[in-house]
Write a protein that binds this ligand. Structure first.
Ligand SMILES: [Zn+2]
Length: 114
């Protein structure tokens, strides 16, 4: 059982009280340059997702509370949530530094301004 806390309204509930929205921080390529999207960029946007063993960054919606979307950092091994943050935000730096694998590179690029 997952215990989740909405960072917007503060409601605490189980997995059924929330809606899983998949991987966090996915950017639609057409948002920035719709005329020059390669097939690989479109394929990656539609189908390629991380599947880490350990800390993962996800989108969740508060179904039984405020109805808002938010981000959460969850350990896929223990199912413990390590933090929550706004849907338009990056995680706190301490959480970014806990990331491993491709998440670690993703956040390093963000911190470096790429
Ligand atoms: Zn809420």
């Amino acid at each position: 059982m997952l215990e989740i806390k909405c960072p917007v309204c503060g409601v605490v509930g189980e997995e059924g009280d929330f809606h899983y929205g998949g991987e966090a921080h996915i950017t639609r390529p057409a948002s920035s340059d719709p005329e020059n999207i390669s097939d690989n960029e479109q394929r990656d946007y539609l189908f390629m997702r991380r599947n880490p063993k350990g800390l993962h960054f996800e989108r969740w919606r508060c179904d039984r509370g405020c109805g808002k979307w938010f981000h959460a950092a969850r350990d896929t091994v223990t199912n413990d949530f390590h933090g929550y943050y706004g849907i338009t935000e990056l995680p706190p730096v301490a959480l970014m530094k806990q990331a491993t694998g491709s998440w670690a590179q993703f956040f390093k690029d963000k911190l470096d301004g790429k």
